[in-house]
Design a protein around this ligand. Sequence first.
Ligand code: KDG
Ligand code: MG
Length: 409
Amino acid sequence: MRISSADIIVTSPSRNFVTLKIVTEDGVVGWGDATLNGRELAVASYLSEHVLPLLIGRDAHRIEDTWQFLYRSAYWRRGPVTMAAIAAVDMALWDIKGKVAGLPLYQLLGGASRVGLHTYGHASGRDLPELFDSVRATLEEGHRSVRIQTSIPGVRAVYGVASQAQSTGERYDYEPAGRGSQPAEEDWDTGAYLRHLPTVFEAVRNEFGSELPLLHDGHHRMTPLQAARLGRSLEPYDLFWLEDCTPAENQRALEVVRRNTITPLAIGEVFNTIWDFQHLIQAQLIDYVRAASTHFGGVSPLKKVMDFAAQYQIKSGFHGPTDVSPIGFAAQVHVGLAIHNFGIQEYMLHSSLTESVFDQGMTFVDGFLHPSDRPGLGVEVDEEAAAAFPYQRAYLPFNRLPDGTMHDW
Ligand code: KDG
Ligand code: MG
C-alpha cells in the first residue's frame, strides 16, 4: 500500500495547528499532528522541505521502519522540531493502518485496558473565591481531578491563571498569551510563590475536602532545593502530583527533590525521546511520564516509553494542552486506553472553532474519556474550514524576575 501524496495544512482556528495529511494510492487518508507551539512554521518547513519527498512511494504499512528511517537517516537526531515532524508521520501511518483494518487505534495496541481515561482539568484564580468557582466549574465539566494554579501576591501575571490571561477570542486559553509580533512579558518571584502556594492548597483542601485529587504545575521555575521545599510543604495536602518542579534539562536535579519529599513528581512535557526519560525512570526519580504524542515522535515511542516505565511502576500523565491538536490528543488517548500503566490524562478542551475544523469522535462521559470506535485515530479534518483560518504569528510568553533577570517561563 504505497503513499501517493503527503501535504501540510497550517490552520489557526483559535490557535495555530500544523497537520500532516498522507494519502495512499488506494485513497486511504491518514492525519498527523506536528504542532509546536510558537515555532509552528519550523516544523511545517522541516516536513515539506525534507520529509514529504521521502514519503512518496513508501509502503504505508511499514510504520516502525519509516520511523527508524526518518530518525536515523537524518543523522541530526532528536530535538522538538525533528521529533514533532516524525510524530506526525507516525500518527498518520497508524491512522491509515487502523482505517485499513477497520479498527480504532487502541485495538491495534492491544485493546482497551479500562472503560475510559480518568482526566484532570484546570482550575485557577486571582484569589480564593475565584479559584473555588473555577474548581467547581472544572468539576461540572466532568473532571474528577483538578489542577490548581493561582496568582501570587506582588506578581502581575502568572502562568496558568485564566483571569490574568488575554482572551484568544471566544474562550479562555492562556497559551499563546497573545498573537502578535512579540511575545508577552510576565513576571516571577519564586520566594513569594513558595510562601503563598501552601496557603492556597490548605484553603482548597478545607473547601473541597480530602478526597479530591489535586495537581499543580511548577512550570520549570524552581531550583532543586526550592522544589524540594515546595514538595515538602505541600505534603499535608496530599497532591496527586507536582509537575515540572525544576527545568527539565538537568535531570540530576530530581535526585535532590526526590530525597527530600514524598510528593509525587511528574515531568517530561518538553522531552522528545525515550532517552530523556532513561535515567529518570531507571532511578525511579519520577512517578508520571508527561510526554505528548506530538512532541515525542508519535504513537510508537509513546507506547515504548510506557512499556519501559511499567517495569518501575511509573504511570502515564500525558501532556494534553490545547496546543496538542485534536489529532495528537486522540493519538495519546488511544495509547492511554490500551496500556496497563495509565495514570491520568490532562484534558484541556479545544474551542468550538478548533472543533469546526477537527471533527473528533471522542466522548467524555461520567468523567471518562474514550477515543471512540471510529477506525484509526477517529479524527477527520475539514480542509475547507481549515483554509478559512490562516496562520497567525504567535509566541509563548517569557518571564523576568523583579530585578529584570530573564527566568524560565
Ligand atoms: O505550549 C506550552 C504549553 O503546552 C504548556 O505551557 C502547558 O505546561 C503546560 C501544561 O501542563 O499543560
Ligand atoms: Mg505543564
